[in-house]
Write a protein that binds this ligand. Structure first.
Ligand code: ARG
Length: 460
């Protein structure tokens, strides 16, 4: 069955049907398509196109089709052009001639927009719940090691000491922004397109507000041509998915390093790692590597749809059918990655002695010393030079910070006062960073408390 054909003398070739069909992937929109068609049947009744009996018959038949679709053979033999055509064919089989009226004043162009919006709206909710799960896992891990100290890095070089929970909260912030982006994407998705027709607006006086209420939409789309041409809402979702994956990928990269033998900070659970077929000793972080790998794939999905859209003349073009596979793939890979990340975080054990030793062996306290000198009156640039010379001298003589005594420091430069020697321990300098957003122990305790509250208030 076709939703068109009168104008043609012969049907499409087998090659063209195979090439252009989208049922293999847009079948995911089945639930949305049925829900949209049921609402449209109610609108047709209101507009006087369907009787109450016809409307009831159509809605009942669509319910049955939805049930039937749960059976594995439902899609197996279907050769329809797309999911919309499949639903109409099934409707005809069940409800008979009245099915011929369901497309009155409705185009597949607005239907595909509607279905995608309904599907994406649910996906935005799902991913926000998954983000909340990952954020909770980060807070739980922070609570297990409240005082652990690690060297923070810039340029992959040890930079300044921070608390382990402070580091984890950095990722909490990233995921909180991602959740906001999905809330924003949902707001854009949540506009009702039906009534737009193919591009010019429907020729029937549907009550668009009633349709929006029926389908739970907040607003109406404002321009029928825009509806047929627009996939911005899908791009918004893909951009939010891309930043989420980018954040997951950076976490994965950190932890692949931190769980390596060279770092030895983290032990990942057996349940999220795998072995080697040849090397018996291996415990590989495949879960994190796959998250990192899939992030490239999701970024590609955003790029793919952007490039698909960029040269299209208004309004609908069949190119736009290519929106679905990247969208479905990105949503699927992101959901899997978030679930996986949550499990990895829940499985992780920190060995606090290793990162503390890494901080103590290095000169992450250099800034603390320079700032202490500045607080005591040495202009910062001079303090910087002075500590720089101290580090150079130490590197030459193989001295670690803890090898210096207060007296030696004072002999090195009279600007060092005896109380500054306590700053040779990386745990000390942090106490001067109680500024809002800093790694001071009290600031971090407050930030953790605040993060717990924000997560609890995050409506998912
Ligand atoms: N399968 C099509 C899509 O996903 C549905 C819209 C078809 N519209 C058309 N004018 N051919 O884009």
């Amino acid at each position: 069955m076709k939703l068109w054909g009168g104008r043609f003398e012969t049907g499409p070739s087998e090659i063209f049907e195979r090439f252009s069909g989208s049922l293999a992937f847009d079948r995911r929109l089945m639930g949305a398509d049925i829900r949209g068609s049921q609402a449209f049947a109610r609108a047709l009744e209101q507009a006087g196109i369907l009787t109450a009996g016809e409307r009831a018959l159509i809605i009942e038949a669509l319910d049955q089709i939805q049930e039937e679709a749960a059976e594995p053979e439902f899609f197996a033999n279907a050769t329809d052009e797309d999911v919309h055509t499949l639903v109409i064919r099934k409707l005809k089989e069940r409800a008979g001639a009245v099915a011929d009226k369901i497309h009155t004043g409705r185009s597949r162009n607005e239907q595909v927009s509607l279905d995608l919006r309904l599907w994406l709206r649910a996906e935005c909710d799902r991913v926000r719940a998954l983000l909340a799960g990952a954020m909770q896992a980060l807070l739980d891990l922070a609570a297990r090691y409240p005082d652990a100290v690690i060297p923070g890095y810039t340029h992959t070089r040890r930079a300044q000491a921070v608390l382990w929970p402070h580091y984890l909260l950095a990722y909490f912030e990233m995921f909180a922004r991602d959740a906001e982006r999905f809330a924003e994407a949902r707001r854009r998705v949540n506009a009702m397109p039906l009534g737009s027709g193919a591009l010019a607006g429907s020729g029937f006086p549907f009550d668009r507000r009633a349709m929006a209420r029926d389908l739970g939409f907040d607003t109406l789309t404002a321009n029928s041509m825009d509806v047929s041409a627009d996939r911005d809402f899908a791009l918004d979702f893909l951009y939010a998915a891309s930043t989420t994956m980018l954040h997951l990928s950076r976490l994965a990269e950190d932890w692949i390093l931190y769980s390596s033998e060279e770092f030895g900070w983290l032990e990942l659970g057996d349940e999220v790692t795998s072995g080697s077929s040849l090397m018996p000793q291996k415990k590989n972080p495949d879960s994190l590597e796959l998250i990192r790998g899939k992030s490239g794939r999701v970024l590609g999905c955003l790029h793919s749809l952007m490039v698909t859209m960029k040269g299209l003349p208004l309004t609908y073009n069949r190119d736009m059918q290519e929106d679905k596979e990247p969208l479905f793939d990105a949503a699927h890979q992101m959901a899997g990655s978030l679930e996986m990340a949550r499990a990895v975080v829940a499985s992780a054990r920190l060995n606090p002695a290793r990162p503390l030793a890494a901080a103590q062996e290095s000169w992450v306290i250099a800034t603390d010393l320079a700032e202490a000198l500045a607080r005591a009156g040495t202009p910062f640039h001079q303090a910087h030079q002075l500590v720089g010379r101290l580090v150079l001298e130490s590197v030459r003589s193989g001295k670690k910070p803890a090898d210096w005594t207060a007296a030696e420091l004072q002999r090195f430069a009279p600007e060092f006062t005896p109380d500054m020697a306590r700053l040779l321990d990386p745990r000390e300098g942090m106490r001067s960073r109680e500024i809002l957003g800093g790694t001071g122990p009290q600031a971090v305790a407050r930030a953790l408390e605040e993060a717990r509250g924000r997560l609890a208030r995050m409506s998912v």
